[in-house]
Design a protein around this ligand. Structure first.
Ligand SMILES: [Zn+2]
Length: 192
């Protein structure tokens, strides 16, 4: 039985990410796909093209991940995670990412291929190296002089519902004393 046949049966002849029925083909999920069904996904040309060329990424196409990220197939989960990570700055993909639980080995696979798919993997970490996500709460670990704000954000201040600055892993934003300010990640600690 060919890999294609395996994937046709697994997918019901539809794109495993967006459910399109057109021009489906086997797509090896890198970085080192062994070409087996477990490390391949059946995809339409739109999904294949945008995965391979970040410059053509159409955010709205990937709303399909709302459904397909719940697939039980690791290779599909990996691609869903990578695309949501690439688009995380748009907001809604980050919300989906927050809900997407991957087994450790699947997550490692997903991260290993990020460069290959052309995504910029910007991971925000607090002063302890703990990963931060949009909506997390953090505590300031030192007094911060807020330039232009005319006040000092005191050490120990809890900042709720932070947002991540998409293209800078060292910057987050949050509200302190009613003002939205940029905070350096090295001065915060994630609050549980
Ligand atoms: Zn597709």
């Amino acid at each position: 039985v060919s890999v294609e046949q395996v994937l046709i049966e697994r997918s019901g002849s539809s794109c495993e990410l967006c459910a399109s029925k057109d021009d489906l083909a086997v797509y090896g999920v890198g970085p080192d796909s062994d070409g087996t069904g477990e490390q391949s996904v059946f995809l339409c040309p739109v999904c294949r093209g945008q995965i391979d060329d970040a410059g053509t990424t159409d955010e709205n196409h990937w709303r399909c991940l709302n459904d397909s990220m719940w697939s039980q197939i690791p290779a599909v989960q990996v691609l869903a995670w990578r695309m949501l990570t690439r688009l995380a700055a748009k907001g809604w993909p980050q919300d989906l990412l927050d809900m997407l639980y991957l087994e450790d080995d699947v997550l490692a696979w997903a991260k290993a291929g990020v460069e290959e798919t052309g995504g910029d993997l910007v991971i925000h970490r607090d002063s302890n190296g703990t990963e931060l996500g949009a909506g997390d709460s953090v505590t300031l670990i030192k007094d911060l002089n807020v330039k232009g704000g005319g006040f000092t954000a005191k050490r120990g201040t809890l900042v709720r519902s932070i947002s991540l600055v998409a293209d800078n892993a060292e910057h987050i934003e949050g509200k302190v004393s009613g003002q939205q300010i940029v905070i350096l990640t090295k001065y915060v600690k994630k609050s549980s």
